[in-house]
Structures are given as C-alpha cells and as structure tokens.
Design a protein around this ligand. Structure first.
Ligand code: ATP
Ligand code: MG
Ligand code: FE
Length: 341
C-alpha cells in the first residue's frame, strides 16, 4: 500500500509518501522559522496562511519525487488535530479534497498518534506494547502503546510541556527561536552544576511532570545577573533530563509487558535526553528505540505511517470528519484531568 501523508498542525508544512512496508518514497517539508522568528514563537494566523500557500506545491513535489500518481495512492492521511486549528484545517481540507478527487479513502490522523507510531516506521522490530515518552512542543506524556489506536496514558504534565520549557528558556536567555536546538547548543558550552535549579516533582508519588517552576527558576537565575547563559542552559537541560528520568523510571514499574522504551516528539531530538533514556533502558533490560532526528520533529512521514497502520487495521474516516484543536490520545485519562491533573 502507498499512503500520502499531510502535516500542518503547527509551523511545519509537510507531505510524504510512505508504504505499508516502511518505505519512505518521498518526504517534503517546509519550516516557517523565518516567518515566526521576529515574534519569538509561532503566530497561528501567519502559520495558517503559510500552510495554504505551501502545502499544494509540496504535495505535487512529493508525488513527483516518489514517481507516484495520485491515482496510485491507496489512502490519504491528514493530521486532523490536535494543533493550531487554522493550520489543521488547511491540511485536513486539502486531504479531503484529494480524497474526493481521487476517490481514495481519507484517514484522519491524530498528530500525537503520528509521533507515537513513528518509532515503528523506523524500527520494523518494535512490537506492542511499548512504553513511550512523548516529549514535544505541546505535550509531555508517558504512554503505554498497546496497539494502533490503543494508548494508555500513565503520566502527563500538570503545566508546561518539556519542549515548551526549552522554548521559553531559549527566549528568556535570548538564544532565539526555535528554542530546543539553541538551548542544546548553548548547553554544550556550559557547566550543568554552575546554577542551582529545581527538579519539580522529582521523587513524587504522583506519576506526573511539571516544568513551570523550573522555567521561573531560569528567569530568576537570569535576573540574578551573575550566571553565564551557557551555564543556565546546561543547568536547565540537566534538570529536565533528571525529571524525565525520574518519571520514566516510575512509569516503568507500571508498564507491565513493555517490550521496549521508546521516545518520540521534538524533544527526542535532544542528545542528552536520548543518552539518558538509552542508559535507563539498558539498566531495565529493555530495548531502546528512538526515531532518527528528522522523524522526531514534525513531519509528514509519521502521519503517512500512522495512516498506513490505521488503513491496514481497516480504519478510514468520513469526509465530514472535523478538525480538532484538542484531541487527547487517551480520552479516559483526559476525563480525570478535571479532577486534579
Ligand atoms: P505537539 O507535537 O505536542 O503538537 P509540536 O508539534 O510543536 O507539538 P514537535 O514538532 O514534535 O512539537 O517538537 C517541537 C519541540 O521540540 C519544540 O518545543 C522544540 O523546542 C523541541 N526540540 C526540538 N529539537 C530539540 C532539541 N534538540 N532539544 C530540545 N528540544 C528540542
Ligand atoms: Mg515546528
Ligand atoms: Fe508534533
């Protein structure tokens, strides 16, 4: 099977052709960093307009590079949420139009499912269930991935996402946007022990994450005026790694039957995070699986792959499927959110 994947939920416009046997025939991606950089973050309206302009040509380029005609595609997979609603609508409406024009089925993909299943695109041996640390710009969760469409959330953040914390720290330190890679670069020149920073919820009996207090501490450290930005960046990154480690160790205790420890989402591109998880997995006697860096941050190959997995399971969606700004992977866990977390 050949699946066309579309992604437009944030500030990456992307189209890719992926096969059910894990071949990536083409993947095209246009970042919008230059458009958003003056604002220090993603401006939803600018993002949506950019998606409108770029997505069509990217789809054509992806088909051409793959040497595939639209009529040869088995299904069209588009991100239907969660994300910035204007952008999500652009990709989903484009997917619907292509589905209608070609007579092929639509697969409405949850962007988080794209991240969650992306390690299986990279690694044919990765079997369900696996413990997934999903760390991205908008999310920080530990999920037991039991199968396609079957996700049990073990932990989430009670305030900021890990990637959000990286982005805010970069902004506070004047390192620019996008934040994660800039903080990682700066941290390489810094001493992680030079600045005392907190590790929120470390050792807590609750399973969850918290990063807001760390961000505030970064602000205080900056305003103290005595620390180098590189040292603050290094201390911040170490604190995030320590928190992710502690919470992942805790989740491993309840992740019965997990065959592997897996990381996905943009923060999975971070070398210190990957190194920590690799050690942790080795100590737990589990395989460690991480997608290649380009597959960690937003892209359309992961959406095409999630589409391929859903299509293989007989899951397609009607053309009136709505775009959703919010769309939890584990609706059960989301219900208790109101009752505390
Ligand atoms: P979501 O997937 O939750 O909707 P998103 O799509 O914006 O959010 P991703 O594209 O998956 O998130 O990841 C982007 C995030 O990853 C940003 O917050 C960015 O700072 C972070 N990130 C990217 N590279 C690195 C890195 N090397 N170190 C730390 N963080 C990084
Ligand atoms: Mg992005
Ligand atoms: Fe993402």
């Amino acid at each position: 099977t050949v699946i066309l994947g579309l992604e437009s939920s944030c500030d990456e416009t992307a189209a890719a052709l992926v096969t059910g046997d894990r071949r990536i025939l083409s993947h095209k991606l246009a970042g919008q960093e230059a458009a958003h950089a003056p604002y220090g973050g993603v401006v939803p309206e600018i993002a949506a307009r950019a998606h409108v302009e770029i997505l069509g040509p990217l789809v054509e380029a992806a088909l051409e590079e793959a040497g595939v005609a639209l009529s040869d595609v088995d299904a069209i997979a588009a991100t239907a949420g969660p994300g910035l609603i204007g952008g999500v609508m652009v990709g989903l409406v484009t997917g619907k139009a292509l589905a209608l024009a070609s007579g092929k089925p639509l697969v409405a993909v949850n962007h988080l499912e794209g991240h969650a299943l992306s390690p299986r695109l990279a690694d044919p041996d990765l079997q369900f269930p696996y413990l997934l640390l999903l760390v991205s710009g908008g999310h920080c969760q530990l999920l037991l991935v039991e199968g396609v469409g079957r996700y049990r959330r073990l932990a989430t953040t009670i305030d900021d996402a890990a990637g959000e914390a990286f982005d805010k720290t970069a902004k506070l330190l004047g390192l620019g946007y996008p934040g994660g890679p800039r903080v990682e670069e700066a941290a390489k020149q810094g001493d992680p022990l030079a600045v005392p920073l907190p590790r929120p919820l470390l050792g807590s009996p609750e399973p969850h994450f918290s990063f807001a207090g760390l961000k505030s501490a970064v602000l205080r450290a900056r305003d103290a005026g005595v620390y180098r930005a590189e040292d603050i960046a290094a201390g911040f990154q170490k604190a995030v790694v320590d928190c992710l480690e502690d919470r992942t160790i805790r989740a491993l205790r309840s992740a019965h039957g997990a065959t592997a420890l897996v990381v996905a989402g943009g923060v999975a591109a971070n070398g210190a995070v990957r190194a920590m998880l690799e050690t942790l997995a080795a100590n737990a006697g589990l395989r460690f699986v991480a997608p290649p860096l380009w597959l960690c941050t937003d892209n359309a190959a992961m959406i095409g792959w999630a589409g391929a997995e859903r299509f293989a399971a007989g899951l397609t969606d009607p053309l009136d499927t709505p775009a959703r700004a919010r769309w939890p992977l584990d609706p059960e866990a989301e219900k208790v959110r109101g009752a505390g977390v």
